[in-house]
Design a binder for this molecule. Structure first.
Ligand code: CMP
Length: 141
């Protein structure tokens, strides 16, 4: 894929992939595609079946449940992993709140990359635990 080297260096700058060498990043970069959204565009809809995993390369997106904002995610952060992991509908809406560029992976590419790169699985688990703790503290405060 012609644009793969550019994406490879870009994904190398975000924590999610920073533990991987150049060769691996290049191979992984070719498996995803870049998607652009305008402010206000819906990226993921609560209740729909998930087919993609998203890494934010630029911009900002809000994770929303009804009128409640659960989190604001920016460059280097990911979303869409929950539906791919448990094969259940999307747990929340994710909406671009500024012009946003994502790098997206299909569910099968996500599975195969996570299975063959334990470092990525660990980074993702740590972030998911952080989100769970933040959600717990919002229940008690
Ligand atoms: P998924 O359920 O596939 O689609 C909606 C996504 O929003 C979800 O995966 C997570 O990536 C993200 N998400 C859901 N709840 C939270 C939360 N409390 N904090 C941050 N991100 C969340």
């Amino acid at each position: 894929m012609a644009e793969a080297p550019d994406v490879a260096s870009l994904i190398g700058t975000v924590p999610f992939f920073s533990g991987l060498g150049e060769k691996k990043r290049r191979a992984i970069a070719g498996q995803g595609k870049e998607l652009s959204y305008k402010a206000g565009d819906s990226i993921v809809d609560e209740g729909s079946m998930g087919v993609g995993f998203y890494l934010i390369m630029d911009g900002k997106a809000e994770v929303r449940k009804g009128s409640r904002v659960l989190a604001t995610l920016g460059r280097g952060q990911f979303f869409g992993e929950m539906s791919l992991i448990d094969e259940q509908p999307r747990s929340a809406d994710v909406v671009a709140v500024s012009p946003t560029k994502c790098w997206a992976l299909s569910s099968w590419a996500f599975d195969s990359i996570v299975k063959s790169n334990p470092d990525i699985a660990l980074v993702m688990l740590k972030e998911m635990v952080k989100r769970l703790r933040a959600a717990q503290s919002s229940f008690t405060s």
